[in-house]
Design a protein around this ligand. Structure first.
Ligand code: G3H
Length: 252
């Protein structure tokens, strides 16, 4: 059986003292439960401190992006080697905000996914459609293309260890959640696409999260769906209490 992975994506929020305060509270209270894993994906500047403070707890620390090269003349960038060195375990790749504002493409997502595995990081690969694409009935095709291109040339084992986050762009930060049935339909499609590029056994191992206005009020219904194995959460992951409620929901 797959576990639930609840990952907070803080985006460009908090200052270091707030980040530290959050992790001190959450690290003490996050449950030790085999059904759920909790990850906090924070801005680069906070990562070493968060890793230190989360030590010995059940919270893992992730980054929100990285470059695919190990080092070099890439002003302003952070490499997978640097993330691994400070104890980061996960990295969000291809978030729709990175695709929209920072020219992330399916090709760079694939390169970053390879780089993550090469350096011992677990990628959380984001896919999802715009409202226009949904209204034009292009969701399934669009998501299929994104997934297929993200997974090019990965081994079966790497695919099995990739976390996919399905985030309909129109549901991000808008308060509009996809209905649990609609979200599950796309997640089931994603699993079928993975099956086509690997096999049934691998596809059944892949964790597929839903993201887009997940909050304590709707998380349980989403997690009850057959192909939703957790959530990638923005706004509702910023407060310790709310994040802990989401993690608690994942234990059931
Ligand atoms: O990565 C998280 C998503 O973009 C969802 O953000 P949200 O929970 O604020 O809608």
């Amino acid at each position: 059986m797959r576990k639930n992975i609840i990952a907070g994506n803080w985006k460009m929020n908090k200052v270091l003292s707030e980040a530290d305060q959050f992790i001190e509270e959450v690290a003490k209270k996050v449950p030790n439960n085999n059904n759920v894993e909790a990850i906090v994906c924070a801005p680069f500047l906070f990562l070493p401190s968060l890793v230190e403070k989360a030590k010995g707890s059940n919270v893992k620390i992730g980054a929100q992006n990285m470059h695919y090269e190990e080092n070099g003349a890439y002003t302003g960038e952070v490499s997978p080697v640097m993330l691994k060195d400070v104890g980061v375990t996960h990295v969000v790749i291809g978030h729709s905000e990175r695709r929209e504002y920072f020219a992330e493409t399916n090709e760079s997502v694939n390169k970053k996914t390879h780089a993550a595995f090469k350096h011992g990081l677990i990628p959380i690969v984001c896919v999802g459609e715009t409202l226009e694409q949904r209204e034009a009935n292009e969701t399934m095709h669009h998501v299929e293309t994104q997934i297929t291109k993200a997974l090019v040339d990965l081994t079966d084992d790497q695919v099995a260890n990739t976390i996919i986050a399905y985030e309909p762009i129109w549901a991000i930060g808008t308060g509009k959640t996809a209905s649990s049935a609609d979200a599950n339909e796309v997640c089931t499609h994603i699993r079928n696409v993975i099956k086509n590029v690997t096999n049934e056994e691998i596809a059944q191992k892949v964790i597929i999260q839903y993201g887009g206005s997940v909050k304590p009020e709707n998380v349980e219904e989403l997690l009850e769906q057959s192909d939703i194995d957790g959530a990638l959460v923005g706004g509702a992951s910023l407060k310790a209490e709310s994040f802990l409620t989401l993690v608690e929901a994942g234990t059931k």
